[in-house]
Design a protein around this ligand. Sequence first.
Ligand code: FES
Length: 116
Amino acid sequence: MTESNQIISVKAYRFEPANQVKPYFQNFEVKCSEPISIMALLAKIHEIDPSFACRTSTCFKGKCGSCLIRVNGQDVLGCTTLVNPGESIVVEPYSKFKVIRDVVVDFREPLSAAKE
Ligand code: FES
């Protein structure tokens, strides 16, 4: 396996609504030799940049839904969705709830009810 095949390139949504006017994307390269879940990938990004917010206290079994996230334009469960070394992905917050920070959403505030 070549060096580039051991890297997952991630374009990650960043936004801190309390302090920023608009979101932006930050690129990360995560070393990885085997397929990993999106949740594990987010944890690795958080290790690289502790200012990146993501949920870590979850069931990891596809049952609680707290890992919902948008990957390459599709809403998915982050704990059961795998990404392979060599892939490039875009991660954004789950589309149906208001953003608290980065890819963390407030499940109490559906976007249709969120105040602008
Ligand atoms: S962590 Fe519970 S459904 Fe994914």
